[in-house]
Design a protein around this ligand. Structure first.
Ligand SMILES: Nc1nc2c(ncn2[C@@H]2O[C@H](COP(=O)(O)OP(=O)(O)OP(=O)(O)O)[C@@H](O)[C@H]2O)c(=O)[nH]1
Ligand SMILES: C=C(OP(=O)(O)O)C(=O)O
Length: 212
């Protein structure tokens, strides 16, 4: 498949991100920041490796994020004070150029496998599409139709909101793509699936294998 999809990945300032995960890794606020970064790094590493993905752009105003992503081939842009998630995503998508093919991927998918993302992109076939999270209410991936604006509707009930904009559900059989990590229980579920190296080093038993 030609790699033509450009993905935007949103990330809050690290001190404020993933608040429901606070304490999931013992060791205080430094460890919490490490965990948020590990989730992001494992997600974008898998995304970069997926067939069909041309580029990944993280939208984040935290200066530690470009440092952590140095050498990964992932770009970072500061959202410059935009007021929220959907505004940050729309900003990133416009930078990527919406006359091409753009999408949004959540930043907390440590069990994502490149083949899962590639399969969801292929299933969409260039049409507007979304992947529901494992509960079926949220969204882990939104794909604009080719040549269309992203029009993100993330937030509570985003799966229904995206379906309401004409997006078709894709990737329903891809557990790693659907396993976003908001709580300690989600982190445990991701570890059961097998997480990437950075998250595994922080939270999972050393015997755990990482996704391929
Ligand atoms: N760049 C950017 N990213 C955002 C913003 N708001 C949320 N995000 C990111 O969007 C994703 C989904 O947001 P949430 O579900 O609220 O996640 P979170 O805020 O990190 O976690 P909680 O504090 O537990 O709600 C996460 O990766 C966030 O870091 C924003 O204003 N700007
Ligand atoms: C913002 C969303 O995700 P989360 O589950 O991380 O709140 C969403 O699913 O639209």
């Amino acid at each position: 498949m030609d790699a033509c999809l450009d993905l935007v990945v949103p990330m809050k300032r690290l001190d404020r991100a993933k608040s429901r995960l606070r304490g999931a890794v013992p060791g205080g606020s430094g460890r919490h920041v490490e965990l948020a970064l590990a989730l992001l790094l494992d997600t974008v590493t898998a995304a970069r490796a997926a067939d069909g993905v041309r580029s990944v752009l993280v939208v984040c105003e935290d200066e530690r994020v470009p440092v952590a992503l140095r050498g990964t081939g992932v770009d970072v842009v500061d959202e410059r004070g935009l007021p929220g998630l959907n505004e940050a995503l729309a900003f990133g998508a416009r930078l990527l150029g919406e006359d091409g093919h753009v999408g949004a991927l959540q930043a907390d998918l440590p069990a994502l496998r490149p083949v899962e993302l590639a399969a969801a992109i292929a299933q969409a076939g260039g049409a507007r599409a979304f992947c529901p999270d494992k509960e079926g209410t949220g969204t882990t991936l939104l794909l604009a139709g080719i040549g269309e604006a992203l029009d993100p509707r993330f937030g509570p009930g985003s799966a229904a909101a995206h379906a309401g904009t004409g997006a078709v559900a894709v990737g329903v059989g891809t557990p790693g793509l659907r396993c976003d990590v908001d709580t300690a229980e989600d982190l445990e579920a991701a570890c059961q699936l097998g997480v990437g190296d950075r998250t595994a080093a922080l939270v999972c038993a050393s015997a755990q294998s990482s996704p391929g």
